[in-house]
Every structure is written in structure tokens, then in C-alpha cells.
Design a protein around this ligand. Structure first.
Ligand code: AMP
Length: 381
């Protein structure tokens, strides 16, 4: 087996957002150095990394130079061009591999991979013209959800359509070469499994996490999810099979819909730590970020045991609309932890930070984290 990449080595991170920041914090805590590469400066990752490189992902000379100073490269953002990852891979190890990124950064490729390998997904069609759209609406019925095939996240580039004419308008508005039409899932709840796979093929997971979205953006996650042991086992088995089928070395999150008749459908894959796994930082023996570090360095994975039930609430830019949130009010809750990502401009919908609460049950943690988030708000003047 390949020798592990040991503390003191340097990890390269493609992307520079909050996922890279929390990864870099975990890596530095374990004695690694971190270099981040993205088109921006003073980024959430760059603020805690040893070196922040600002260059376009398409600047392959800069990419090659970046690889000269790192021992392994991972990514924190899946919309990295495949040519960038291929260039990195010519010079240094990339984990997970570019193939995992290639499959999961494009919704059509991802759903096709899942369906071909027998994983349960909602019915979908490829749409690249108005004729395709008409035929797809005919096949799948309405309502349906139209999404860009590539480069979409947090509900960006997607809309629920309830008529063919609305679908035509939505397709034109997407200005995308390729789109995907999905049958609308009238789900009971949304859940996710954050899982890791080591270089030796060992699998670890954080159980089932339950997620509530607001305007297509994750709002609150709780763990453990209130699902039956049978559903939990099924979700974890599906996640294990997906990580094996993709030969993942790293962390990958599987997002699911749980339908009203008790079926799990895979909605999306994220080949990296995930927003729903942020609660692992405060509530588990090994956070999802440390787990990613261990996996990409070829170290044994850590325990995912949860100390206490937890809930996480995102802090979006809206919270700043009447001024700086009232941080001491959230810190007045002794079992609530504040995480901020160092972003300077609080735009609506932008993930600026999160709160995690620990309690005797996941429901109690959700109530607590909701109260702490509410306490942050200033009343409108
Ligand atoms: P996505 O960007 O695909 O993860 O979608 C973001 C959110 O939109 C999901 O978490 C769901 O709440 C909702 N959504 C996406 N696709 C569907 C679908 N086919 N049916 C119902 N809701 C959906």
C-alpha cells in the first residue's frame, strides 16, 4: 500500500470557501500545511491557510506551479473545470480522483451513473431543446423540476414548473446548453448520509442526518434523523455502494428524498464534506473535515461516534439586513457553538456561518439552535 502522507506535509485545496476553511483548520490542527487555489483573495480558506494562491482555474501554468509545492490535492468545490484537475493529476495525487468530480459536477452524468448502477433516483430526461422539453413533460408529467445540467448548487439554475409554457420560459431563462427535467418528488422529508472511504477501502459514516431547506438552500440539519432503523440502514447501504462504485477516497455526501410511501431516492451527490455534516465538528469524535484529511492522506479513518444529538442552523446574508447580528446573544446559549466563515460581504442567500447546538435529543437541539439564531436578529428599526 502507498505510504501515508504524514503531518508536516502540504495539502493543496482547489476552491477557497467555508468547506476549505474548516478543512484547513482540521489540517493545521494535525500539523499539516495548507495551500489554497482559487480566483479570489482574502477568502474563507485563504484566511486560515499557509498560502493563498489567486489565479483563474483555467490558468494552467499557475495550476502547475501550485502542484510543485504540495504533496496531495483535494477540492472543496465541485465546479472546478476537469482540465484543471487533470493538469493537477499529471503532477501530484488528487483525492478523490478527477473521475469522481467529473461524474458529480454534472447532474445528467450523475443521475445517469446512479440509474445505470441500479441506485434509486426520480425519473429524469435530458433536455437541450424545446422539442426535448415537450417530450419530457409528456413522459414525466407535471409538476416537474427543470435544472441546468452543470454548475448548479443551492437551487441555482433550477425551477419547479407547473405548465409547458412555464417550462419553455424557464428553459430559455437558464441559457444552458443542456438541462435535466426531473419528476417532482412529493417527499416526506430530506435526509443525507455523509460518508468517507479510506485508501484501504474502509468505510465510515455519520448516520442519517435530516435536512430542512428554505428557498432550496439548506436551513437546518439535525442528527440523528427521525427515521426508522430500516430506512437508516438502507440509506447507509446505498451510500456505501455509491462510494465503492465511484472508488472514492475522501468524503462524499449522498442527499436523499424520503417519499411519503417510505422509499429513498438519491437526489444529489457531493464529493466532499457537506453543509449537513457541519454538526459533526462539535458533536462527533472525528469531524467530516478531519475525516477528509485522514482519507486524502491515506491515514486510518477516525471514529464517527456522536457525543450528543445535535442541530445546525445556517446563517445567511439576510441576517445582516439590519446590521451586524447580535453575537453575544447567541453566545449566551452555553450549548451553542458559533462558526463564522470570514466572508466580508453578506449578500442574501450567501452562507456566512452556522450555529450548532447540542442537547439530549435532536428535537431539543433544533429548538435550541432556532432560539439562538432568533436571538441574533436585531428588530427592524
Ligand atoms: P438540488 O440543488 O438538486 O439539491 O435541489 C435543491 C432542493 O430543491 C432540494 O434539496 C429539494 O428541496 C428541491 N428539489 C430538487 N429537486 C427536486 C425534485 N425533483 N422534486 C422535489 N423537490 C426537489
Amino acid at each position: 500500500m502507498t505510504a501515508p502522507i504524514l503531518p508536516g506535509s502540504t495539502i493543496g485545496v482547489l476552491g477557497s470557501g467555508q468547506l476549505g476553511r474548516m478543512f484547513a483548520i482540521a489540517a493545521r490542527r494535525m500539523g499539516y500545511r495548507v495551500h489554497t487555489f482559487s480566483p479570489e483573495t482574502d477568502t474563507p480558506t485563504g484566511q486560515v491557510a499557509d498560502v493563498e494562491i489567486q489565479a483563474a482555474y483555467e490558468d494552467l501554468d499557475a495550476v502547475r506551479e501550485f502542484t510543485r509545492h504540495v504533496d496531495v490535492v483535494t477540492f472543496e468545490f465541485e465546479n472546478i473545470p476537469v482540465t484543471t484537475v487533470d493538469t493537477v493529476a499529471e503532477h501530484v495525487l488528487v483525492r478523490p480522483s478527477g473521475g469522481v468530480l467529473h461524474t458529480s459536477q454534472h447532474r445528467l452524468r450523475e443521475k445517469t451513473f446512479l440509474a445505470r448502477n441500479g441506485f434509486p433516483v426520480t425519473a429524469f430526461r435530458s433536455v437541450s431543446s424545446l422539442e426535448d422539453l415537450q417530450a419530457s413533460v409528456h413522459d414525466l408529467g407535471l409538476p416537474a423540476v427543470l435544472k441546468t445540467a452543470g454548475f448548479g448548487y443551492d437551487g441555482k439554475g433550477q425551477s419547479k414548473i407547473t405548465s409547458l409554457s412555464a417550462g419553455e420560459a424557464a428553459l430559455q431563462a437558464l441559457e444552458a446548453q443542456e438541462a435535466i427535467l426531473e419528476a417532482f418528488v412529493d417527499f416526506e422529508r430530506e435526509v443525507s448520509v455523509v460518508a468517507a472511504r479510506g485508501l484501504d477501502g474502509v468505510f465510515a459514516h455519520y448516520g442519517v442526518i435530516e435536512n430542512a431547506h428554505c428557498h432550496h438552500i439548506l436551513d437546518v440539519s439535525i442528527a440523528p434523523a427521525a427515521v426508522s432503523p430500516k430506512i437508516a440502514e438502507e440509506a447507509v447501504t446505498i451510500a456505501l455502494s455509491i462510494l465503492e462504485a465511484l472508488d472514492v477516497v475522501g468524503v462524499l455526501c449522498v442527499e436523499f428524498f424520503l417519499t411519503r410511501d417510505g422509499k429513498l431516492l438519491v437526489n444529489e451527490l457531493a464529493p466532499r464534506p457537506h453543509n449537513s455534516g457541519h454538526l459533526s465538528v462539535d458533536s462527533c469524535v472525528t469531524s467530516q473535515f478531519e475525516q477528509q484529511l485522514r482519507a486524502v492522506c491515506g491515514l486510518p479513518l477516525g471514529s464517527t461516534a456522536q457525543y450528543r444529538p445535535a442541530a445546525m442552523a445556517n446563517l445567511l446574508g439576510e441576517l445582516w439586513q439590519h446590521g451586524e447580528p447580535h453575537w453575544p446573544a447567541a453566545c449566551a446559549f452555553p450549548e451553542v457553538k458559533l462558526h463564522l466563515y470570514g466572508k466580508l460581504v453578506p449578500r442574501p442567500g450567501r452562507k456566512m456561518g452556522h450555529l450548532t447546538a447540542l442537547a439530549a435529543s435532536a428535537e431539543a437541539a433544533a429548538t435550541l439552535v432556532g432560539a439562538a439564531r432568533k436571538a441574533l436578529q436585531h428588530d427592524a428599526p
